[in-house]
Design a protein around this ligand. Sequence first.
Ligand code: FE2
Length: 344
Amino acid sequence: MRDRSFSWVNGTELPFQFTLVRDSVEVVYQPSHSTQVTGGGTTHSYNLRLKGLTDGEYQCYIIAKDVPDTLRGAFSIQSQCTDLDFLLIGDIQDGKWSEDPAFFKELHDRYADVDAVLFVGDMIERPHDQYWSMFSTSLAPFSKHIPFIPVPGNHEYLLGGLSSLGKRYIYAYPMPTNGPDNKKGRTYYIDYPLVRIIGLDTNMLVTNYFSTKSWLKNVLDMLAHSPFTIVMGHHGVHSVRKGRSNPLMKYGIDPILREYNVDLLLQGHDHAYSRNGSSNSSRPIYITQSTSMKCYAVGDPDDHDASFSGERMYSQIHITSDTLYFYSFKQDHTLFDSFKLPRN
Ligand SMILES: [Fe+2]
């Protein structure tokens, strides 16, 4: 958690500079640049990875010669903490410039101090500039000072049989490269003092099933220092939408999560909310979250310990050294579901 990645895009190539400020001392970095050309147009992506930052408060700004606007941000590094807060966002898939900017501004007003925002995939409708722009605009209040921890969903992939991840994703979200060789930057883990977060790219799992399984077992074997473990992936073990099933997650990945007593599996894809498991059951607790205007009916409520569909929802995860607290809210911010887990 001492590392931070920064990314931004521009319609034309410009000599951007990234300046980091700590205690009035400025250090200037040159970001890496990449051009993505697709049927949707040309995008110039810039990103920068900073590793091993020391504890403290930082400001940063991005400028380019002859460009009047300066993009400013601020963030904090606290490698020792007594508690952590995460906001969990399910699928968004805004395709119409709907009410998302207002909703996320409201969320930011309530959760401006979270340590990170977790996304379980399908943040965008399709991997085009227009949809990335909707997402970036909606989430802008958060993105200037709070890290995003995403996994890709099928809507970040191109349509088609043996589909591939949209070119912009890996530049927009330069995640840790500690994943298996064929999923670097998409499958990864991040260590916070109180929790290890493991992000899985569950798309096209059939093509990298064995390498993902063996990587996951290795990462879970190194758990001695982490009081809690959260795994997140777009395609879940317990499907909410009628007729859906993910056999590789259910019969391949889930036994590993149960063997290692992973605390939470965070899932998306089904455009409804569900919880399987409770404070008294074995782990993990399975959560499917959706923050989309697009909703699917719950297939069978009896298949879940809690379920709901029909509006956007989101969750807050609060972690202390001995307890994980989980709260799910409806879009009017009323509490719908909650539980707590003691340290395993
Ligand atoms: Fe999906």
